[in-house]
Design a protein around this ligand. Structure first.
Ligand SMILES: [Zn+2]
Length: 371
């Protein structure tokens, strides 16, 4: 067991430290025996995870989640599922399992690595993603259409795995989730790496040269915009990260081009960058545009684009500003990659609203707990 967990830790470091697989502590990994499962704790990041970063769960007790009938109300249902999962915790360090833990449990392989790879999302966030996956990978993989995250997604994945099992008399090793990412499962960590390498090699054949992501020394215009944002900020400090890499310049060339990155592709995009972003023709428009943005959306923009100059991320700490920038740059790259797979297919307003409401609910719950 010890040895297996150490292998999982090494694999988690490898994927967790590579921003083309996960950003901002996203993704999760697990190892299981017949009766126990170790899964990444929520709030930990795979990049530097150690044994304490995993929660050990009783698999028998986790099966309740598959069998029980839960409330129809989303917020109460998610709370009930969470409570049932907590009943299954065997670890004593007090950490909670990742929300995606139930999905790991129903995958019948010892090792599971779930990530949000940029290249894979270039397909999964493109039009007709299912048709492309079918064409490229055939029926060896499982494809799950976009479903609101949480219990309903878990149920959909469960059904898809059962159908695969019935049709092919074996277990699926690859599960693609539309507008989200991929689960890869196998008997060994080496095989997981090999499967990921193969997915990448196959998809890369369809992709031509990509725009650069390294930001040069930022221009005086972006610095001026940063100063203007701080001047408009009112109370509370604002931390700003500016970027004028090739990809940022490509999507800020004009307002129509920016529309290709103006709607989120995945729930994670919303969690970190929110679902609306501000485009400015000139820095001097900031104050006026900021007012109407806040009036319309009820929050200040975390991403502001300046025509022809690049992008700035605005947050309350330098660390979170960097995360917002990393997530948005990944989102731009995903949008660019969709060009090779049929064009962008962002989330619908209804899907976005679900995440926005969920965020509000989570926040409320957090606040009510801490007060
Ligand atoms: Zn995920």
């Amino acid at each position: 067991m010890e040895n297996n967990l150490n292998q999982l830790i090494a694999l988690s470091h490898k994927f967790g430290q590579d921003p083309t697989y996960v950003i901002a502590g996203g993704g999760n990994s697990s190892f299981k025996t017949d009766d126990k499962m170790w899964v990444k704790a929520s709030g930990t990041s795979m990049a530097n995870i150690d044994q304490d970063g995993f929660v050990c769960l009783d698999r028998e007790k986790m099966k309740v989640v598959s069998q029980k009938k839960y409330s129809d109300n989303t917020a109460s249902r998610e709370q009930e599922v969470k409570e049932d999962l907590h009943q299954a915790i065997l670890s004593t360090h007090g950490k909670r399992p990742s929300v995606e833990a139930s999905m790991h449990e129903i995958i019948r392989y010892p090792f599971v690595m779930h990530t949000h790879p940029t290249l894979v999302n270039g397909v999964l966030c493109a039009k007709n993603a299912k048709a492309t996956i079918d064409k490229v990978f055939g029926d060896e993989v499982v494809y799950v259409r976009y479903i609101d995250p949480g219990y309903v997604l878990f149920k959909e994945v469960k059904i898809a795995l059962e159908q695969y099992r019935a049709a092919k008399n074996k277990e699926a090793k690859v599960i693609f989730l539309e507008n989200h990412g991929v689960f890869v499962a196998a008997d060994t960590c080496e095989e997981i790496e090999a499967i990921y390498a193969n997915i990448e090699a196959v998809l890369e054949k369809h992709v031509e040269k990509l725009p650069g992501v390294d930001s040069a020394r930022v221009s005086a215009d972006l610095i001026a915009l940063g100063n203007e944002i701080r001047a408009n900020a009112g109370s509370g400090e604002q931390f700003i990260i500016a970027d004028n890499s090739e990809i940022s310049l490509l999507y800020t060339d004009n307002v129509d081009g920016f529309k290709e990155v103006a709607i989120p592709f995945t729930p994670d995009n919303i969690v970190y960058c929110k679902s609306n972003y501000l485009f400015l023709n000139r820095t001097k428009d900031l104050s006026e545009k900021l007012d109407s943005f806040v009036e319309k959306h009820d929050y200040p923009p975390k991403i502001i684009a300046l025509k022809g100059k690049g992008i700035v991320a605005v947050e309350e700490s330098i660390k979170s500003a960097q995360i917002v920038m990393d997530v948005f740059k990944d989102m731009m790259m995903v949008s660019y990659l969709t060009r090779f797979f049929g064009g962008p297919n962002p989330m619908t307003q209804e899907q976005i609203d679900f995440i926005d409401n969920w965020e509000v609910e989570n926040y409320r719950r957090k606040m009510s707990k801490s007060s």
